[in-house]
Design a protein around this ligand. Structure first.
Ligand SMILES: [Fe+2]
Length: 246
């Protein structure tokens, strides 16, 4: 009996801190490759609420030529989502609108001309192409900081071009780039290479925050499946960092 209790696996989704904020999600409907409808968003939100999540940051993609979401359009959809949730009487999760900005050719224009949507205060969620980093990556990171933002790089573990160039992660941290790990990278969802880099980044204390990067129910299935005591022990201190966004 005792050994059974000792080996009992507790899902990560039951261990989130009280004021945990999921800072990366694609739940704003029909604006990117995430939720496709208000109904789907409601279903995902209900499930996330059952994990104890009371605040969620919506981070739709902003990507030239693919998801050219203007701030005005995103704000309008956000308002529509809030209206819908009020109508169906689901107001248990506090939502905040931000974005996940692709560091592409148009990003500099956005940075110069617009007030960008942040996770909170000056924290700005950015991502890169999975094929290669921008050639002027360090210049861009510098411009972001000159413009008054703190760059938070989404899922650093998913950029395979850094896997064999691991020292680049330290360089990025040295220039003030913060790292947001995807919780799903701790499962097998993105494959073995990503999960081993995710664990290494955690071990090397390079991760600042986590996010679920939820696009659909399948992602939540994988999230619910994370229950390795070793992994949970390594991620728990970082979960606490996410409470600063509450
Ligand atoms: Fe994302």
């Amino acid at each position: 009996m005792l050994s059974f209790l000792k080996n009992k696996k507790t899902p990560l989704t039951t261990l989130l801190p009280v004021n945990f904020v999921d800072i990366h999600s694609h739940i704003l409907p029909a604006v990117d490759d995430g939720s496709k409808s208000f109904e789907e968003s409601l279903e995902l939100l209900k499930r996330m609420h059952s994990f104890g999540i009371k605040k969620l940051v919506l981070t739709p993609h902003v990507m030239e030529g693919v998801w050219e979401n203007s701030i005005t359009d995103l704000k309008q959809r956000f308002q529509e989502l809030n209206n819908y949730l009020e109508k169906v009487n689901f107001t248990k999760i506090k939502l905040h609108l931000a974005a996940e900005y692709m560091l592409d050719a148009n990003f500099n224009n956005l940075l110069k001309t617009k007030k960008l949507l942040t996770l909170k205060d000056s924290y700005l969620l950015v991502e890169m192409s999975y094929l290669s980093a921008p050639i002027n990556l360090y210049e861009i990171l510098f411009s972001i900081q000159v413009a008054g933002y703190k760059p938070v790089l989404a899922h650093p573990e998913r950029y395979s071009f850094f896997h064999n160039n691991y020292k680049e992660y330290f360089k990025l941290k040295d220039v003030g780039c913060l790292f947001q790990l995807n919780l799903l990278s701790l499962s097998n969802y993105y494959g073995k290479d990503v999960s081993s880099i995710a664990k290494k980044l955690l071990k090397d204390n390079l991760i600042n925050f986590v996010g679920s990067d939820t696009h659909n129910n399948r992602h939540l299935n994988y999230l619910e499946g994370i229950n390795s005591p070793k992994i949970i022990k390594s991620i728990q201190p970082i979960l606490e960092n996410n409470t600063v966004f509450f």
